[in-house]
Design a protein around this ligand. Structure first.
Ligand SMILES: C[S@@+](CC[C@H](N)C(=O)[O-])C[C@H]1O[C@@H](n2cnc3c(N)ncnc32)[C@H](O)[C@@H]1O
Length: 347
């Protein structure tokens, strides 16, 4: 039997959206099996560098052996992208030409038999990306109130039958394995209707909740802006509407000069656009890609480019007095890079 693989989604589109160039510096915030990372390294050769981050230590090890040939061009870090800025400061890896988020799980995680991400295999109810984290899905399922469970399944799973499912879960507790939970959900909703297995949305909800996926995404996007050099690219591939909504809203807000509420006659927010949208319409996989890799079917790619900001407004680095200089002088200048390093090293 051949080893399980992960096929990188929208690969060519990602490389184009990142505008990968020789000698560039890139961050892959969701390294996974290293498919996108390898393509970025190939395209940025000679002289390209890549910082690869993944919360899952198993993913880091798989990517490490796959990317071994790239030697000192890569730096792999087992951490959560919610701490993106701190990671870049720690490893002195900023500013960068491009940042990629390819959200969700890799096929290796989904097909793995022991992590509890899928109800196709029986496994303990875990779903933690980082096994060092304390709380598992079993803890959430067995200790949350029925109201909390219903709310979580509705919000993160967009599941209309969340009350029935939460009620049944409370009746059947303790629930310790994936197949047990899938059966309980099936009983709650009266069996399968339509294409989706009735447990799909609840499993998505529990995974999002246990890993704080949406909060981490929001936090990381804000930090990413400050790490991009002028005309650096931010590229995000999402796989469900909750993620895509966050990415779309974030990129739209950051590409506007004013974000005052409607009806305010003169601007009170002082907000300045710091991104330019690259693709006005979201990029999705071709029918051919979906045929070859069905997992890609829900993928949505959004990309934006970092703009120069001409005034004092520059979030995140203001306290270091870097804002105006960083924005107006250009990050490729060695003197500016040195100043940034000095300022950040005081953290
Ligand atoms: C879809 S896979 C990436 C696949 C990769 N692009 C490739 O081509 O092989 C997503 C990866 O992101 C990781 N991940 C998800 N959320 C994360 C987070 N908050 N911090 C760090 N890694 C995360 C997962 O562990 C998983 O390995």
């Amino acid at each position: 039997m051949s080893a399980p693989t992960h096929i990188p989604v929208l690969l060519q589109e990602t490389i184009e959206a990142l505008a990968v160039q020789p000698g560039g510096r890139y961050i892959d915030c969701t390294l996974g099996a290293g498919g996108h990372a390898a393509a970025i390294l190939d395209q940025s050769s000679p002289g390209g560098q890549l910082l690869g981050i993944d919360a899952d230590p198993e993913a880091i090890e798989i990517a490490r052996s796959r990317l071994e040939a790239y030697g000192s061009s890569i730096l792999l870090v087992n951490d959560n992208f919610a701490d993106l800025e701190a990671i870049c400061i720690k490893y002195d890896f900023l500013p960068v030409h491009g940042i990629l988020f390819d959200l969700g799980l890799s096929s290796l995680q989904l097909n793995g038999h022991s992590r509890g991400f899928s109800f196709q295999h029986d496994a303990p109810l875990d779903m933690r990306l980082n096994p060092g984290q304390k709380v598992t899905v079993a803890d959430i399922v067995n200790t949350s109130s029925e109201t909390k469970l219903a709310q979580l399944i509705k919000t993160y799973g967009e599941e209309a039958r969340s009350n029935q499912i939460a009620y049944r879960i409370r009746q059947e507790r303790p629930i310790t394995t994936t197949l047990q939970l899938a059966r309980v959900i099936e009983q709650a909703v009266g069996g399968r209707r339509g294409r989706l297995h009735p447990a799909t949305k609840t499993f998505q909800a529990l995974r999002i909740a246990v890993n704080h996926e949406l909060e981490h995404l929001e936090a990381a996007l804000k930090q990413a802006i400050n790490l991009l050099g002028f005309d650096g690219r931010l590229v995000v591939i999402s796989y469900h509407s909750l993620e895509d909504r966050i990415v779309k809203h974030f990129m739209q807000q950051e590409s506007k000069d004013y974000i005052c509420p409607p009806g305010v006659p003169t601007c009170i927010c002082g907000h300045k656009a710091c991104l330019r949208l690259i693709n006005k319409r979201v990029i999705t996989p071709s029918p051919r890609e979906v045929q070859l890799n069905p997992r890609s079917r829900s993928a949505k790619l959004r990309a934006a480019e970092r703009l120069i900001i001409h005034d004092e407004y520059y979030r995140g680095t203001e306290e270091h007095g870097l804002s105006a200089q960083f924005s107006a002088e250009g990050w490729r200048r060695p003197a500016m890079l040195k100043k940034l390093r000095v300022a950040f090293s005081s953290f």
